[in-house]
Design a protein around this ligand. Structure first.
Ligand code: OGA
Ligand code: MN
Length: 285
């Protein structure tokens, strides 16, 4: 797969890889398998110095599954599967500025998210990730067993999340995008197990995030402290890694076993990303 000068560096003690010297636009079939395995092994992989246009980015992404159309956000006119996420010099809010896993509010949530940096601030605008295998592994056996019997209820609606007092995750579209009402028949709420088993690795991870409203079968008052504990636990620095962006970096993460968080610390600077989401092909179990 053109591994001649490929260099892989780890991003933290438990997960994340930073890859240089690999040209993703010119992979052969074995190369795609290796990239898939890199993502499964490291959960978050940054590929530096990638040369994609919208066509080649879409073609690359399609090797990993169907491209997901976002219910709330509009893609590029020429490439509806690509969301352009912009924060301008005058925008205050940053898209994705709360811990979450993408599209938890549908029955088959997003598998991979691919974020390709077109313009980056001189400093700031990193993305944080949390390793949901590591935070699961660190729990006591008793709590693992309790959580293993519970399911979370996950919603996409910004209004509902706000009403609950949750910091909104990724659902506020960036200012360059018109907010679209999801089609009536599109699902925006879903139940998922709080502990899921990864389809490829066979490992268990916690599975919840900013879209999780409450625990099924419990009142809000009962579930809130449990979710608050899980939030505090899963976002401990020991379970995190951090991606420092460069122009032409492509980061791919596995939403099945990580949460992520866009750091909003670059006021007055501009950041522009192209995002493709790979639709989930499994119901979490
Ligand atoms: C996303 C997201 C994080 C970022 O695109 O789903 O959360 O750093 N983005 O832009
Ligand atoms: Mn996101």
């Amino acid at each position: 797969m053109g591994t001649k000068q490929m260099e892989v560096n780890t991003l933290s003690g438990t997960f994340g890889a930073d890859v240089r010297g690999l040209d993703l636009a010119n992979l052969d079939e074995a190369g795609f398998d290796s990239v898939y395995q890199l993502i499964v092994d490291h959960q978050v992989v940054v590929f530096r110095d990638q040369q994609f246009d919208a066509d080649s980015f879409s073609t690359f992404a399609e090797h990993f599954g169907a491209i997901h159309a976002h219910p709330f956000m509009q893609g590029l006119e020429t490439h509806p599967g690509i969301l352009e996420i912009v924060k301008t010099e005058t925008d205050r809010a940053a898209f994705g500025n709360a811990w979450h896993s993408d599209q938890m509010f549908v029955a088959q949530p997003a598998k991979f998210t691919m974020l390709y940096a077109k313009e980056v601030p001189a400093r700031g605008g990193d993305t944080l990730f949390a390793n949901m295998y590591a935070s699961y592994d660190a729990l006591s056996d008793r709590l693992k067993a309790v959580l293993g019997s519970l399911r979370g209820w996950n919603v996409g609606s910004r209004e509902k999340l706000r009403a609950k007092g949750t910091k909104e995750p990724g659902t506020r579209p960036p200012s360059n995008m018109q907010e679209q009402r999801p089609p009536e028949d599109m699902q925006t709420e879903a139940s998922h197990p709080l502990v899921r088993t990864h389809f490829d690795s066979g490992r268990k991870s916690l599975y919840f995030g900013g879209h999780t409203m409450h625990i099924e079968g419990m009142t809000q008052a009962e579930s809130a402290p449990i979710l608050q504990y899980l939030h505090t636990h899963t976002t401990r620095p020991e379970f995190q890694c951090r991606v420092r962006w460069e122009v032409d970096s492509l980061t791919i993460w596995d939403n099945r076993c990580v949460q992520h968080y866009a750091v909003n610390d670059y006021e007055g600077q501009r950041r522009r990303m192209h995002r493709i989401t790979i639709a989930g092909d499994e119901v979490p179990v």
